[in-house]
Design a protein around this ligand. Structure first.
Ligand code: FCB
Length: 441
């Protein structure tokens, strides 16, 4: 494998998944607190109340990042730590906590990458309809202004949103994520998507204004779709599934929604005001891609989008996601060809497996090691073929709260024993550390 000498080696986390400390130091409740405390929403009734207790153990966690040889760390800011009710009075204790984290990272020579929104909306804003209200984009702008002013002297890399598609569809149509709204029609998901786009559009110039030398991007979850057969019905089904990717790529890079999908969604389309999508297309310094797998899709007229998923033989993680490194290679080539972002970062990639801590205190997660190697080879191959891929962030630094699956899925390079909060670097973490060291030397 070959990577440029300035390639950014990192790992990623998100606030609600690791921090805990949800009720301390003035943090307000988020939609994920409400959701996890509603019986039946999350597997085993798990909540993020304690999570990996990173709120208290962040110094130890920075030392672990150093042990992994990380050059960069992507984390998210919990909006309700900064603005407990979403807007208005700033919670200084919350601002100070992230400020200490940032200083700790810089002292350890680790470059911070901030994600402004990784799903933990202040509950007070949900009480005003959350992402269904157009004005939320202005609340996001005010929040962005506060955070980018506070940290802009020290943090240069900014990601506005994490996976708007997941926010909109899982939160506002399928009900699997907070706020848990369900619907038979995509009206709300499309409206939420549009307001997420407006929030992103508002944030980009604010960050540029407040942060000298800022590098600004957005993180999209992009999952390639392969047709189950060469029949035209299945190929069209794959194109429709790919519509979930294009629905977010096209506004950001082309300033419009994809015409084929807009036609399909015609009865459910949100109000798009003049100028909305021109603003959404603000030039970005990088595109963040989260990719874990691919989908194999067949036509199924009995289904709202007319698609069903097929499971070909292969290796599947405990998320039931196929290990498909070549699909990442193809995705990178395609995004470079069709959308030509200035730079691409893999902002998340990783795999969940059943991990066992041995009696001697080791975790031999050879399947995660193999996954990591295979996906990094795909990255290296794409770079050799001309893709401006400039960094890779493993998901995740630590085992953590995996949303609707609670603590049942482990993605970490570092194992967390939730009863004791003991951290153990897995073999995958050691492999990653060695690979980074080899690339740097
Ligand atoms: C992504 C999320 C991230 C994590 C991984 C497994 O969709 O961004 O928080 O849960 O999936």
């Amino acid at each position: 494998m070959h990577f440029p000498s300035d390639f950014v080696w990192g790992a990623a986390t998100a606030a609600y998944q690791i921090e805990g400390g949800t009720a301390v130091d003035g943090r307000g409740p988020s939609i994920w607190d409400t959701f996890t405390h509603t019986p039946g929403k999350v597997l085993n009734g798990d909540t993020g109340d304690t999570a990996a207790d990173h709120f208290h153990r962040w110094r130890e966690d920075i030392a672990l990042m150093q042990a992994l040889n990380l050059a960069a760390y992507r984390f998210s800011i919990a909006w309700p730590r900064i603005l407990p009710t979403g807007r208005g009075k700033v919670n200084q204790a919350g601002l100070d906590w992230y400020s200490r984290l940032i200083d700790g990272l810089l002292a350890a020579n680790i470059t911070p990458y901030i994600t402004l929104y990784h799903w933990d909306l202040p509950q007070a804003l949900q009480d005003e309809d959350g992402w269904l209200r157009r004005g939320i984009a202005d609340d996001f702008a005010a929040y962005t202004d506060i955070v980018s002013r506070a940290y802009g002297d020290r943090v240069k890399h900014w990601i506005t949103l994490n996976e708007p598609a997941v926010v909109a569809w899982l939160g506002y149509m399928f009900g699997e994520h907070a706020p848990g709204l369900k619907s038979d029609v995509p009206t709300n998901a499309l409206l939420a998507s549009h307001h997420l786009n407006l929030a992103h559009a508002n944030a980009v110039p604010i960050i540029r204004q407040n942060v000298p030398g800022a590098k600004v991007g957005i993180t999209l979850n992009l999952t390639p779709a392969d047709p189950a057969t060469a029949k035209s019905a299945d190929m069209e089904a794959a194109t429709r599934y790919d519509g979930f990717n294009r629905w977010y790529l096209d506004p950001v890079f082309r300033g419009h929604y994809p015409a084929d999908m807009a036609e399909l969604y015609a009865p459910y389309m949100p109000e798009v005001r003049p100028g909305d999508l021109e603003r959404t297309r603000a030039p970005l310094d990088f595109l963040g891609i989260n990719n874990y797998t691919r989908m194999v899709v067949a036509d199924d007229p009995g289904n709202p989008l007319g698609i069903k998923f097929v499971h070909p033989d292969g290796e599947y993680t405990t998320m039931d996601w196929e290990v498909a490194p070549n699909s990442l290679f193809q995705l990178l080539m395609r995004i470079h060809r069709e959308y030509a972002p200035r730079e691409i970062l893999i902002t998340e990639n990783g795999s969940s497996w059943e991990d066992i801590v041995t009696e001697t205190g080791e975790v031999h997660d050879e399947r995660r090691v193999a996954y990591l190697n295979a996906y990094l080879e795909a990255c290296s191959h794409a770079i050799a073929d001309g893709v401006p891929l400039t960094g890779y962030f493993a998901w995740s630094l630590l085992d953590n709260f995996e949303w609707a699956f609670g603590y049942s899925k482990r993605f970490g390079l570092i194992h967390v024993d939730y009863a004791t909060q003991k951290r153990t670097i897995k073999d995958s973490g050691k492999t990653y550390a060695a690979l980074i060291a080899a690339q740097k030397s």
